[in-house]
Design a protein around this ligand. Sequence first.
Ligand SMILES: Cc1cc2nc3c(=O)[nH]c(=O)nc-3n(C[C@H](O)[C@H](O)[C@H](O)COP(=O)(O)OP(=O)(O)OC[C@H]3O[C@@H](n4cnc5c(N)ncnc54)[C@H](O)[C@@H]3O)c2cc1C
Length: 484
Amino acid sequence: MRSMPSPRLIWFRQDLRLADNPALAAAGDGPILPVYVLDEAAAGRWAPGGAARWWLHHSLAALGEALAARGAPLLLARGRAETVIPALADAVGADEVMAGRLYDPWARERDARVAEALGAAGRRLTLLPSALLHDPAELRSGSGKPYAVYGPFAKALRARGEPPAPLPAPDRLRGVPHPAGGEALAALRLLPQPPEPDWAAEFGTLWTPGEAGAAARLARFLAGPVRSYAEGRNLPAIEGSSGLSPHLHWGEVSPRQVWQAVRAALPEGLDAAWPFLSELVWRDFSYHLLWHRPELPEAPLKPRFADFPWDPDAALLRAWQRGRTGYPIVDAGMRQLWRLGWMHNRVRMIAASLLVKQLQQPWQDGAAWFWDTLVDADLAANSASWQWVAGSGTDAAPYFRIFNPVLQGEKFDPEGRYVRRFLPELARLPDRWLHHPWDAPEAVLQEAGVALDRDYPRPVVTPEAGRQRALAALATLRGRAEAS
Ligand SMILES: Cc1cc2nc3c(=O)[nH]c(=O)nc-3n(C[C@H](O)[C@H](O)[C@H](O)COP(=O)(O)OP(=O)(O)OC[C@H]3O[C@@H](n4cnc5c(N)ncnc54)[C@H](O)[C@@H]3O)c2cc1C
């Protein structure tokens, strides 16, 4: 009689998909136990925020169904992975645990502990790259150092040639019976729990978490917006970008699947696809920074920003969070974020810039709010983007570039469709005044049914005072640069 091969544990984390999943592919037709472990203690303050937990719930439901339909139901567990994973491996007699590699500092430390615990019992953890286009540890500049600037990084990545073809999804899987210790999805309590209000009520109108939802979103992008992406991506009133960020974050689609699909949709050549592909490269670059500079989420990469004269003010921060700054393009963005768990990239830049420049609030406070409210909250992309806006990143917008939210609004939402959608209280204001209602004559405001202060706030900091604040902070930075 042939002996049964030892089963493998397939440990799902941020690769919640069946296609292009190297761990699943490596298991072939051997017996497997697919597992997800909610390990909030290991992640600490970087455990998924509220909106991301909503996404995770639905994504796990979709993954569970897809796995069960192929013959290997998903086991859900919670607790410290270094305890749970070895115990499950022991229970089913698995010699090997396979998973997609993660890059967040806390996850690296946690995975090292899991590998050690497994090793002590004669088992092993195999981590396979599947979340990025490149391995951040591998790509180095000519001088052997990690890249600090996007341009040369992108050039190097492009020079390596196109990513390999994605792996197909397995048709059938051979699941082993579940050992004890599994939990029902509801028991993970990932959704808003009463008496908390259901702030995610509208999320489902925009999002379908899971691999099938990711494929549908990609198909929709390829059917239209991809062709005019270079211009369309800047206009928040239209669906000009892919909307793939939460799907990519949770690994419901891999970047190489997206790369290949976009290349196939634009057969003119790599340059035609580059405006979009270069955003996937920005994603990789953020991970490259996080891998080599694990302090990225907490501390400025440029040392002279270490004691920047921030002026923390709880009321200002709250006005920004609630979409009550008095700057319509910013407030529309912040309300989009609250209602739908996502904000358009252009508006993220404008809103973040107002917070750190004119309002002088620490970028970490803005990043923390995004962490809790974005369905695509991603430690690498969020931290790198906030440092980019604040000017403290290695490859950042210079601090003296102060976005004017009125001009930005007029340029990128000229007909005010975006502002009117998320700020219905301003809907009847004529275009001319929409991005700066405080300048509108009283008769115009009355006609539009807007009473400033009652229906919509005046700016928390006037444009001129905000600019002066930002410039004063810049002067102290310059002083420091000269002194050092
Ligand atoms: C202050 C600030 C915070 C941000 N926080 C996050 C975050 O937590 N998670 C996140 O995924 N993106 C973040 N971004 C980047 C960007 O805004 C989003 O990735 C983008 O808006 C997602 O929409 P999309 O999928 O339609 O993007 P598309 O324009 O279709 O881009 C395709 C993909 O490229 C990646 N990408 C695009 N822009 C960037 C970028 N600047 N940096 C890294 N990757 C990028 C995303 O994975 C995105 O899905 C942030 C940007 C700013 C300015």
